[in-house]
Design a protein around this ligand. Structure first.
Ligand SMILES: O=C(O)CCC(=O)C(=O)O
Length: 282
């Protein structure tokens, strides 16, 4: 992270936002992105889709598509593909929130941008899932911390018909040995537990990846565009396929490179200078 990233307000979340995410597993921060940031990401994403559909070309090396259907176009591993993507995953406020949630320095673990379009009625269903066991948490100074946090920003306005991300509130603390289909079935019996994001374009859903969540169902005729970054403590690996482009990483500041690569873990063993003791390997 550059100096700019370090100029984040810390703590990055208000007490109310902290309480919301701790109780429900998510919090929505409205209007976190500027109009210029939204347009830059949106234009880039449409251009990438257009080029792919007309020429089959990818926007660069070390990226991939999770889906290329007409209803779901997704480009994965973003930082080196476009400045607008890089600026998103290194956004000072987002990185600050991720550090607050994990309780320490983070690395980018995953990044992707999506275009969702309405699907035929017979194919509409919520694909609830979670990406990590809720066990990877810890408490410190009275705060709940978790090791995998996602910041997902909607680039289009989301009303009730527009398929905003849908979550089963509070499931970030339901252990992994409770069968997921039973949790989903229980929530379906009382849909007050199922929350769907409705927010203006440029808002950010911050959620623990242990929270059971799904893409919402689009019932309007509008595209839904989003971008997201997943963050973990620096000792974790990037997810499969999301390793940084090392040539690109060599061109950014030391702080940004550490964020993209988690390279601080590769500096071990460290010298124990901070204790004033003779240098020693820890
Ligand atoms: O499309 C969405 O809103 C949810 C994205 C999602 O499921 C994920 O990031 O794992």
């Amino acid at each position: 992270m550059s100096d700019a990233v370090r100029q984040i307000p810390f703590p990055a979340l208000t007490p109310a936002q902290r309480l919301h995410i701790e109780i429900y597993g998510y919090v929505v921060l409205e209007n976190l992105l500027t109009d210029a940031e939204i347009s830059a990401i949106t234009d880039t994403l449409y251009e990438i889709e257009d080029r792919f559909r007309t020429t089959g070309q990818m926007p660069g090396p070390h990226c991939f598509n999770t889906s290329t259907t007409e209803q779901f176009f997704r480009i994965d591993n973003l930082p080196h593909l476009a400045p607008a993507f890089f600026d998103y995953v290194t956004h000072p406020r987002i990185v600050g929130m991720a550090e607050e949630i994990t309780g320490g320095p983070v690395r980018l673990q995953q990044s992707d941008a999506h275009i969702r379009r309405p699907v035929p009625e017979q194919d509409r269903r919520l694909g609830f899932h979670r990406g990590i066991n809720p066990a990877y948490d810890h408490q410190e100074n009275g705060l709940y911390h978790f090791s995998f946090i996602k910041a997902l920003s909607n680039l289009t306005d989301l009303g009730p018909e527009d398929g905003g991300t849908t979550v089963i509130a509070g499931t970030h603390k339901v252990p992994a040995d409770v069968p997921q289909e039973e949790i989903v079935a229980a929530a379906m019996e009382d849909p007050t537990m199922i929350h769907q994001v409705e927010a203006p374009a440029g808002s950010t859903l911050l959620f623990y990846e242990s929270l059971i969540h799904a893409a919402g169902i689009i019932e309007s005729d509008k595209d839904r565009l989003l971008i997201l970054g997943g963050y973990m403590p620096t000792m974790f690996q990037a997810w499969n396929g999301y390793d940084p482009d090392i040539d690109f990483a060599a061109t950014v500041s030391d702080e940004h490179r550490a964020l993209l690569t988690g390279e601080s873990k590769f500096h071990w063993p460290r010298k124990r200078r901070d204790l004033g003791a003779p240098a020693q390997v820890i």
